[in-house]
Design a protein around this ligand. Structure first.
Ligand code: KG4
Ligand code: ZN
Length: 354
């Protein structure tokens, strides 16, 4: 089945054509970084407007790259949450119009399920049960997958997401937006033992949760205490040893925090595989750390290529295929739902549309 995937939950407009949820025929990502960079972060209103402008050409490009026409598309999968409400609505409205004009099924996809499905797009078969860590700009979630489609949320961040911590530190240091890639590159040339940041402890025993606000406070205090100046316009960040060492020490704390929860989960649950995904999964130190984890424990570790780690529509098409196999299709009442919570039980559990 040929699925057109559409993703507009944040600042990337993306469309992809994926066959049978597995084979990527095209995956076009139009980044809005340039529009948001001057503001040091994503401006929701600008994001919505850019999506409206970009959607049609990006979808056309995806079809062209795939060598397929509009008539070949058999279903449309669109991210309908969580994310920025206006940004999501742009994609959902476009997808609805496309699907109903063509008379083909439409399915709403949880963005987080999309990130997880990115791990199934390349490489071999993922054995279950599996533990999945989704680390992005908006989320830091640890899931147990008893089987495909059986998501149980084990832990999540109580404050900032891991990517958000990167972005905030980069902003403070005058390194621009997004912060992850530049801090990652600086960290590779820094001394991680220069500063030692401590990890949080939760008094309520929720050992699989995350928190990055304490780390942020420690880093900000250090910046003030040591008088670390933000980068001046036009200066080369790599020439600044203080920034390189700070980036490396910060990154080491983030990686330790993520690994600590995964190690704990591996002790608590039987898992045959580990999945690492989301924008922060593009991080070189995190990938290396999880590769080492796999080798130490003799477990297969799946993480997508960089292009599939950050937001893209191929992962949405893949998740849409799985959702269609589960029998989910959306009607004309499909709308954006910023409160979608994959794998949570209780009153806020994933509200899926029929
Ligand atoms: O998944 P994603 O593209 O969008 C969301 O769903 O949020 O993730 C974007 C986040 C940003 O916070 C960005 O700074 C971070 O991923 N990121 C990285 C790296 N590349 C992107 N963080 C650390 N190291 C990287 N190499
Ligand atoms: Zn994402």
């Amino acid at each position: 089945m040929l699925i057109l995937g559409i993703e507009t939950s944040c600042d990337e407009t993306s469309a992809a054509v994926v066959e049978d949820g597995r084979r990527i025929l095209s995956n076009v990502v139009s980044s809005q970084v340039a529009q948001h960079a001057q503001f040091g972060g994503v401006v929701p209103e600008i994001a919505s407007r850019q999506h409206l402008l970009n959607l049609s050409p990006v979808v056309q490009q995806a079809l062209e790259d795939a060598g397929r026409s509009v008539d070949d598309v058999e279903a449309v999968a669109v991210t309908n949450g969580p994310g920025l409400i206006g940004a999501l609505l742009a994609g959902v409205s476009f997808a609805k119009a496309f699907a109903f004009a063509r008379g083909i099924p439409l399915v709403g996809v949880d963005h987080i399920e999309g990130h997880i499905r990115a791990c199934y797009l390349e490489g071999g078969e993922v054995p279950h049960p599996a533990l999945a860590l989704v680390v992005s700009g908006g989320h830091t979630n640890l899931f147990l997958l008893e089987a495909e489609s059986a998501y149980r949320l084990l832990g999540k961040t109580r404050d900032d997401a891991a990517g958000e911590a990167y972005d905030k530190l980069a902003k403070r240091l005058g390194l621009g937006y997004p912060g992850g890639p530049i801090l990652d590159r600086l960290a590779q040339r820094g001394d991680a033992s220069r500063h030692r940041f401590s990890l949080p402890h939760f008094s309520d025993g929720a050992k699989l949760d995350f928190s990055f606000s304490g780390l942020k406070t420690q880093v900000l205090r250090l910046i003030e205490h040591e008088g670390i100046e933000p980068l001046a316009d036009g200066d080369d960040p790599f020439a600044r040893e203080d920034l390189r060492d700070l980036a490396a020490s910060f990154q080491s704390a983030v990686v330790r925090a993520l690994r600590r929860s995964m190690d704990r989960a591996l002790r608590m649950f039987e898992a045959k595989a580990v999945l690492l995904t989301g924008g922060v999964a593009a991080n070189s130190a995190l990938r290396a750390n999880f590769r080492a984890l796999g080798e130490e424990r003799g477990l297969p570790v799946f993480y997508p290529t960089i292009a599939l780690s950050t937001d893209n529509a191929a992962m949405i098409a893949a998740a849409g295929h799985l959702a269609l196999l589960r029998g989910e299709t959306a009607g004309p009442d499909l709308t954006a739902d910023t409160e979608l919570r994959l794998g949570e039980t209780g009153p806020r559990r994933s509200r899926r549309h029929r």
